[in-house]
Write a protein that binds this ligand. Structure first.
Ligand code: BGC
Length: 470
């Protein structure tokens, strides 16, 4: 599309570029402006009140796995400071807050006995949010599998779907009277790619044969949780995936084919089975003899009607064929004239418009939330009382918010947008070295300082988008 000789597999060239779009529309009156977090990244106190370890607790305590030996033992201490954090969300004017539930607080062994004291934390959190008029969106699984279930094979075990649905039903029974938006899994691609294929994330396996099995069991678990919700719940439930446009680096046929493989592997591997009932054909090419044939009945379980789709968007990638890049044989090409974030992701706002339009075109008119979007940039140290300026993050948010406005204008049924993240937090294998928050956290004192990006986002919310300008 923009890159010379590149071809966008999201076929964005058919849509008007956001830079030339005159936005006549405003955001819908009930648009949900929110922030996202996840349990292990902010809560701390991982073993409090009867909780048992998750795979992330175990992984972070394994030497060499997380940068600087960081762990989530304290993180943002949100488990103990949630009331203060919710009050801060109220002051920022958030309309919604997306958080995840730690399975091993609720059912410490993953299956079997429920721990009421663990569940009670989420009960208190939900009430605190509602008392501020903030709509909760609850994610059931944001990567922290109970360690006891990993000992039983984790996501490789076909029983995982049943374990997950039973856990989900416990949470639904407790919170569905007040929680109206639910997500089953956060980013199954990252769970598999990081946890079972490349091993950079918990549980740290590196196994070509395990990866498609883990993905499939995650999708069965998603389907089983939706079934449980239809029996227990009265509101809305969906799935959260991370999507990333893949653009070919050149017009060479091998680059085009590599781009298709990369797109199938990251974007269509999860959405096709959930929304269309089958895997993309390129996956057999990617996994070769490790690609299993699954019983047709599994797809009936996986393909449950969704109430909405959650899209996490951070960047795009430009792809060239690379035989040495295992196993997709596709490598990203760094762009010379582009801005990159601290996690080495290209800032590419129009990819968000294109992604939302691609979802609409390929999968139909599903209600959509942008459930994560944000950036890690270096933030200067602060002295108490100082304003914290983060101009790159402000610009990132402004441009991506304009990008969702362009998608709305082009007919996407977009219901809300959540910044990743409310707070600087534990950035998985990168520990505390990368800051995504619009609120700065001093990890020595736990002092929270809203950054310029928080003030900017507040003004966007207060004006329902008018502060974005034309
Ligand atoms: C995840 C978050 C993570 C963020 C930034 C997303 O993939 O859902 O947990 O912190 O990206 O890496």
């Amino acid at each position: 599309m923009h890159t010379e000789g590149s071809e966008n597999v999201f076929a964005a060239s058919r849509y008007c570029p956001i830079t030339t779009t005159r936005c006549a529309i405003t955001f819908p009156a009930n648009f949900l402006w929110g922030c996202s977090t996840s349990a292990y990244q902010i809560e701390g106190s991982p073993l409090a009140d009867g909780a048992a370890p998750s795979i992330w607790q175990r992984f972070a305590h394994t030497p060499g796995r997380v940068r600087d030996g960081d762990t989530g033992d304290v993180a943002c201490d949100h488990y103990r400071r949630y009331a203060e954090d919710v009050a801060l969300m109220g002051r920022l004017g958030l309309k919604a807050y997306r958080f995840s539930i730690s399975w091993s607080r609720v059912i410490p062994q993953g299956a079997g006995a429920v721990n009421p004291a663990g569940l009670a934390f989420y009960d208190r959190l939900t009430d605190a949010l509602l008392s501020q008029g903030i709509t909760p969106m609850v994610t059931l699984y944001h990567w922290d599998l109970p360690a006891a279930l990993d000992d039983r094979g984790g996501w490789l075990n076909p029983d995982a779907a049943r374990w997950f649905a039973e856990y989900a039903a416990v949470v639904f029974r407790k919170l569905d009277d007040r929680v109206k938006l639910w997500a089953t899994l956060n980013e199954p691609w990252v769970v598999t790619d990081g946890g079972y294929l490349h091993g950079a994330l918990a549980p740290g396996h590196r196994n070509l044969f395990e990866a498609p099995i883990a993905s499939h069991q995650l999708l069965r678990a998603h389907g089983a949780a939706i079934e449980a919700y239809r029996a227990e719940g009265r509101h809305q439930i969906g799935l959260v995936v991370n999507l990333e446009p893949k653009h070919a680096a050149s017009s060479l046929p091998e680059d085009a084919a590599a781009t298709q493989r990369a797109d199938a592997y990251m974007n269509r591997q999860y959405l096709d089975p959930v929304l269309l009932g089958s895997y993309p054909p390129e996956l057999e090419e990617v996994f070769g003899s490790a690609w299993p044939q699954w019983p047709q009945a599994d797809f009936a379980l996986i393909r449950q009607p969704l109430d909405f789709l959650g899209v996490n968007y951070y960047t795009r990638s430009v792809i060239r064929c690379d035989a040495g890049s295992w196993p997709v044989r596709a490598a990203p090409v760094r762009q010379r004239r582009a801005l990159y974030t601290e996690t080495e992701w290209e800032v590419y706002p129009r990819g968000l418009t294109d992604t939302l339009l691609w979802v609409k075109e390929r999968y139909g008119d599903l209600p959509v939330y942008v459930t994560e979007n944000g950036a890690a940039f270096f933030d200067p140290p602060t002295v108490e009382g100082d304003q914290l300026e983060d101009p790159l993050r402000v610009a990132y948010l402004r441009e991506h918010l304009r990008a969702i406005r362009a998608a709305l204008e082009q007919g996407v049924d977009l219901r809300g947008y959540f910044v990743w993240s409310l707070l600087d937090n534990f950035e998985w294998a990168l520990g505390y070295s990368k800051r995504f928050g619009i609120v700065h956290v001093d990890f020595e004192t736990q002092r929270r300082t809203p950054k310029a990006s928080a003030r900017f986002y507040s003004s966007v919310i207060a004006s329902n988008g008018a502060a974005l300008g034309p």
